[in-house]
Ligand binder design. Structure first.
Ligand code: SAM
Length: 213
């Protein structure tokens, strides 16, 4: 009962605050400014990316959690382009095969229960020339000490952070899902605790499976 109150009434507000950390907002700008046309954003959260979509005409805002989306509604109403809320999860995307030019994820891949299934779905709905743009906190690529801490604390983080894993190797998962990197940049985000500070900003496209065979 108390946990349910925390999840429904407290966590969405915490999320809305933490995700506005200045260093994260800077990276949102860098990731989203070059995107044009129609976009699917997975894990839309409280709508913090809206101001950075300078050249977007229409956005599908996929967000399964109504308590989190509730905090996005006002931002959506004032957006300068059309936004359609899709209440669904990334593991089962309600879009046709090869139908989208751009898919975006900002700090969402950590929270998706079935990550491999979600990446397979993103692969399915992306056009052959389409791009998946992402920025995520990741398993530390070098420090064994931080990796161990991330693994130790992930069960607690999942509980207090709505399913968030601290120790996901996102680069590896993307490669396993048959994406190739167009851009890849690791950085430390200022103002974020060391266990979630290492970030990956990347743009990936589908490897052409026909060319492989
Ligand atoms: C850490 S929050 C990030 C929110 C937002 N993307 C941002 O940048 O502020 C993770 C988001 O992923 C969403 N999420 C969790 N499981 C999901 C799933 N299976 N499919 C899509 N989104 C999911 C959560 O509801 C939450 O909005």
């Amino acid at each position: 009962m108390i946990y349910q109150f925390y999840q429904r009434r407290v966590f969405p507000h915490l999320l809305n605050q933490v995700m506005q950390t200045a260093s994260l907002m800077d990276k949102r700008r860098e990731l989203l400014l070059p995107i044009e046309g129609e976009v699917l954003e997975i894990g839309f959260g409280t709508g913090l990316n809206i101001p950075f979509y300078g050249n977007v005409d229409a956005l599908y805002a996929l967000e399964p959690n109504p308590d989190i989306y509730h905090l996005a509604v006002e931002r959506v109403q004032h957006a300068p382009f059309n936004i359609k809320h899709v209440q669904s999860s990334a593991e089962k995307l309600p879009f046709a095969d090869a139908s989208l030019d751009h898919i975006v994820s900002t700090w969402t891949l950590c929270s998706i229960p079935q990550l491999d299934q979600a990446l397979a779905e993103i692969y399915r709905v992306l056009k052959p020339t389409g791009t998946f743009h992402l920025v995520e906190h990741v398993k530390h690529p070098d420090s064994v000490k931080i990796q161990s801490l991330q693994t130790l604390l992930t069960p607690i983080q999942k509980r207090i952070g709505d399913g968030c894993h601290l120790n996901r190797d996102i680069e590896r998962s993307l490669a396993q899902a048959k994406f190739k990197f167009i851009e890849k940049q690791y950085f430390d985000a200022e103002g974020i605790p060391v266990i979630a500070q290492k970030m990956l900003l990347a743009r990936v496209q589908k490897i052409d499976l026909d060319q492989l065979s």
